[in-house]
Ligand binder design. Structure first.
Ligand code: UN1
Length: 507
């Protein structure tokens, strides 16, 4: 029993408004739960492995047709998808809140991120350019061209249940690829809604966007494996845990397919002596507690200089219990629920380990917001004097480990001394420290920020990280190149055949 208003009727009304057929919501084996109330909102039928394989074959046929559509015209489909998302923004955001537990502004932010990438990809559809290169041979021209790749598999996680699909799909579609999406089993309803919006945009676009151009596979590991192993899927973009990536990466490598991996993070920030402490406080609070600590980019480790530790850390600790935890649908709430019981158990286990390693824990206890099936928790701050094993481990929950440092080089070394390499930041007003942090000898992460926290990246930059984070880059900059294949073309418009490197071969 939940003590909050039920999520079921609202979620079903939202799904209907977003264009999802109510007939698909009952009778299946996959329970779609709301972390807000713990209720089961729907039971979906899961695709079989055979159905997944045939969806991939259909997607491959769609790709063969779609690759011939000029890229700026392909961009028009993505523009229409962006328009559909704009029109549905509040409904889809509310569904994200119901299914992933994000607070209202973060649900809206997630859909805004989808709109942003659609706008970006629409512009990009006229900029998929290659270079003309200097050739050593007379009367020759050398150039490179970029071609569509094929079917792109997208495996996404619960914490960004729709935005991560859009980062991949918007780019893949303008690049001339087809998309097959396996969302997290924890968030299938938002995926159904996005699929319905895509089909709406496709119908508006007209018949040159073929059937099966972007499809959805509902299910767990079995359908994910079909996507990973299918010879007609040249690229799989997978977001989730490092454990998942360890399985997916080698399987793709074994068939020479491309992997774009966005795996675990263990993001750090440094608060230096010159830091603007008010700004640092806000940056740290959002990055560590926002999304209930369930972003890949969540701030998990904080290194505070000895000289400002006593001015900063007590203020931060005092801010922790003031952050409103509760029903994410309610205005003013900043921290919603954890996704499920397993997340709550993992958090408690991590806090026990931190205590055993000498950590002093503030917060972290469960609060009864909606009864036994929903897992709300006070964010935790742990003061600890070293990077114990648990500090090196990513626990997908709001736990911030706080440590002291005296020398910046040591703090940077400690920051880099973990297996993950996603995001990082420094709070400093000292230009030398800032530049050192973003230099070759600074942070080893895919994202390194100054005077903002490590989370909340915008789509214009390439998103992703190094080491166990997996090395993939999505969204902006030149990430589109991952979704295309490059051909180098050498064209001889002369009457002789000069060979490269001066080789002679006269017959
Ligand atoms: C993730 O947590 O999976 O930088 C992605 C951010 C978001 C993306 C996070 N724009 O926090």
């Amino acid at each position: 029993m939940t003590s909050l208003p039920s999520a079921i009727a609202d979620a079903r009304a939202l799904l209907a408004r977003l264009g999802v057929d109510p007939a698909v919501l009952d009778g299946g084996s996959l329970a779609a739960r709301s972390p807000v109330t713990g209720e089961v909102m729907a039971r979906l039928r899961e695709h079989t492995a055979g159905e997944a394989a045939s969806a991939i074959e259909t997607a491959h046929q769609a790709y063969l047709a779609w690759r011939k559509v000029p890229a700026p015209r392909r961009g028009e489909l993505v523009r229409l998808l962006g328009e559909a998302l704009r029109a549905a923004k509040t409904d889809l955001a509310a569904l994200v809140t119901q299914e992933a537990g994000k607070v209202v502004s973060e649900g809206l932010g997630e859909v805004q991120e989808m709109i942003d990438i659609c706008d970006y990809a629409t512009g990009l559809s006229r900029q998929l350019f290659g270079l003309t290169l200097a050739t050593e041979r007379p009367s020759h021209r050398m150039m490179e061209t970029w071609h569509p790749l094929g079917v792109v598999g997208v495996i996404s996680a619960f914490n960004f249940p729709v935005a991560v699909w859009s980062w991949n799909a918007a780019l893949a579609l303008v690049c001339g690829d087809a998309v097959v999406w396996k969302p997290s089993e924890k968030t299938p309803l938002t995926a159904l809604a996005v699929q319905a919006l895509f089909e709406k945009a496709r119908a508006q676009f007209g018949p040159d966007a073929p059937d099966g151009l972007s499809t959805l596979l509902i299910g767990g590991r079995a359908v994910g494996e079909v996507l990973v192993d299918h010879p007609k899927v040249p690229l799989v973009s997978a977001t989730g845990s490092t454990a998942m990536g360890r399985q997916v990466g080698p399987r793709l490598a074994a068939r020479f397919a491309r992997a774009l991996l966005e795996l675990g993070g263990n993001n750090a920030a440094i608060v230096a002596p010159s830091a603007d402490l008010d700004l640092a406080l806000r940056g740290v609070a959002f990055a560590a507690m926002g999304t209930a600590g369930q972003r890949c980019t969540t701030l998990r480790r904080l290194f505070v200089h000895d000289s400002v530790y006593d001015a900063f850390v007590p203020r931060l600790k005092a801010a922790y219990p003031t952050v409103p935890v509760g029903d994410p649908r309610a205005s003013g709430v900043l921290v919603g629920p954890l996704i499920d019981k397993a997340a709550f158990d993992a958090m408690q286990e991590a806090l026990d380990q931190a205590r055993a390693a000498g950590g002093e824990v503030t917060g972290g206890s469960r609060s009864d917001v909606a009864g036994p099936e929903a897992f709300y928790v006070a964010p935790a701050l742990v003061e600890i004097d070293h990077q114990a094993d648990i500090v090196r481990h990513e626990t997908f929950a709001p736990i911030l480990y706080v440590m002291r440092y005296t020398d910046l080089a040591d703090a940077i070394a400690a920051q880099n001394d973990v297996a993950q390499g996603l995001s990082s930041s420094i709070f400093t007003l000292n230009v030398r420290e800032a530049e050192q942090f973003v230099s070759t000898e600074g942070s080893d992460c895919g994202i390194a920020n100054v005077n903002i926290g490590p989370s909340g990246a915008e789509i214009g930059g390439a998103f992703g990280g190094e080491k166990e984070t997996g090395g993939g880059r999505e969204a902006g900059s030149d990430s589109w190149k991952a979704y295309m294949r490059r051909a180098t073309n050498t064209i001889n418009y002369g009457t002789t055949l000069p060979l490269a490197q001066g080789v002679t071969f006269d017959v």
